[in-house]
Ligand binder design. Structure first.
Ligand code: NDP
Ligand code: GDR
Length: 397
């Protein structure tokens, strides 16, 4: 273990997730020694951070992973005692809103009580003055619309087991700050996405499917509520703010958002257009469909030519299903509707801008481009595999 006395030491829970990966890169660049909590799983679950991996036999490592779980207090106490972190970033969570309706008790345990376990560990180990903690709070706390845009003062009205668990985590963080003087802050982050976003969140599900449809690997994309509106930013911008929150003079709670909101339907349109496919929407509610209206030939072909495979080659393979004008490429499937939905999120990050100088740098247009380019590249691998006669993953959750 690297014991350099000049480097700050951070512990990231949820290091294998989207934000954990970007935050690790960010902190390593700043010269931190980064420790991370990873869960034991039967398969490797470190894809997003493999490029940071260091051989455990090496001396003076600055990136160290530990097995653990947010539901295991003794494990968390032992690790925090051993690591003596200057900063803890609590990113670990069962983070899928829809899945939380299927696993409400586990979600409450990991997302709600898990936060308490970390705070208690800090207190029990007498680290109140040394260890600062960031809690990954969420715009889902606002739930049912009370006011827009949402600020640090907007009342909460959570609409899922996930959001209710995160509400406990939010308030227990505030309580430990007030009761024990721990530097404990909530970042109330609005949706943030990236090429590393989990495949079952709506943005990634869309960019992945748009790439697969453009490359002839998939016919259709099934989605739930197309009317939901989200304030989408890029994860890279948001992890920077997590760090800024722990460098602030005082522990406080902060809204982090772009201030712009977009319906899911428009995200679909933007992603498909990036692959050269322009959609027209018809119908309403569960009868709504996205029909291929026109093909931007240059862009569509560049999807394939760029990867050294031309249009003709692709269409000459009978297994390749080239999207044709009039095809229904997107359909609504009520199975993706949530028992209670959050219809409209739009955040006001004025406090973060004025007090910490934070502003998002990456626009939604650039986010969509980034995700589409990455997924087109990734899906190209599937195309090669399938052309070579190998099975490819067909997973449409
Ligand atoms: P991800 O789902 O990508 O990552 C979640 C991480 O938590 C993974 O590393 C996962 O491990 C880990 N994890 C889940 N359950 C446990 C557990 N019981 N014990 C230990 N680790 C666990 O989420 P994001 O990176 O997108 O989000 C990070 C945090 O920010 C989450 O808390 C999320 O709720 C919150 N948030 C996210 C927003 C967003 O838009 N992305 C917005 C606002 C808040 P594994 O890889 O093994 O599954
Ligand atoms: P969200 O993200 O619930 O906002 O939580 P998600 O991408 O899952 O849903 C956004 C909106 O899209 C609608 N939707 C669909 N969602 C999914 N997953 N799959 C579909 O097929 C689909 N069709 C429509 C949803 O109904 C919803 O309205 C994310 C997570 O990262 C949380 O951890 C985080 O706290 C919040 O963002 C801020």
């Amino acid at each position: 273990m690297n014991n350099s006395s000049t480097s700050k030491v951070a512990l990231i829970t949820g290091i294998t997730g989207q934000d954990g990966a970007y935050l690790s890169e960010f902190l390593l660049k700043k010269g931190y020694i980064v420790h991370g909590l990873k869960r034991r799983s039967s398969l490797f679950n470190t894809d997003r951070i493999d490029h940071l991996y260091q051989d455990p036999h090496e001396e003076n490592r600055n990136f160290i992973l530990h097995y653990g779980d947010m539901t295991d207090s003794t494990n968390l106490i032992r690790l925090i005692q051993e690591i003596q972190p200057d900063e803890i970033y609590n990113l670990a969570a069962m983070s899928h809103v829809h899945v939380s309706f299927e696993t409400p008790e586990y979600t409450g345990n990991a997302d709600g009580l898990g936060t308490l376990r970390l705070l208690e560990a800090i207190r029990l180990l007498g680290l109140e003055k040394k260890t600062r903690i960031y809690q990954a709070s969420t715009s889902e706390l606002y739930g049912k619309v009370q006011e827009v845009p949402q600020t640090e003062k907007t009342p909460f009205y959570p609409r899922s087991p996930y959001a209710v668990a995160k509400m406990y985590a939010f308030w227990i963080t505030v309580n430990y700050r007030e009761a024990y003087g721990i530097f404990a802050s909530n970042g109330i982050l609005f949706n943030h996405e990236s090429p590393l976003r989990g495949e079952t969140f709506v943005t990634r599900k869309i960019t992945r499917a748009a790439a697969r449809i453009a490359l002839g690997l998939q016919d259709k994309l099934y989605l739930g509520n197309l009317d939901a509106q989200r304030d989408w930013g890029h994860a890279k911008d948001y992890v920077r703010m997590m760090w800024m929150i722990l460098q602030a003079e005082e522990a406080e709670d902060w809204v982090i958002a772009t201030g712009k909101t977009t319906p899911v339907r428009d995200f679909v349109r933007m992603a498909f257009a990036e692959a050269g496919l322009h959609l027209r929407w018809e119908g309403t509610g569960i009868k709504e469909v996205g029909i291929l209206d026109s093909v931007d030939k240059e862009k569509f072909q560049s999807v394939t030519v760029l990867e050294r495979q031309n249009f003709e080659h692709r269409t000459s393979n009978p297994e390749h299903r080239t999207p044709k004008i009039g095809d229904v490429l997107v359909k609504v499937d009520p199975k993706y509707f949530r028992p209670t939905e959050v219809e409209l999120l739009i955040g006001d990050a004025t406090k973060a801008k004025e007090k910490l100088g934070w502003e998002p740098k990456i626009t939604l247009e650039d986010l969509v481009k980034d995700m589409m380019q990455s997924d087109l590249k990734l899906m190209k691998k599937d195309q090669y595999l399938r052309d070579g006669g190998y099975e490819t993953l067909n997973y449409f959750e």
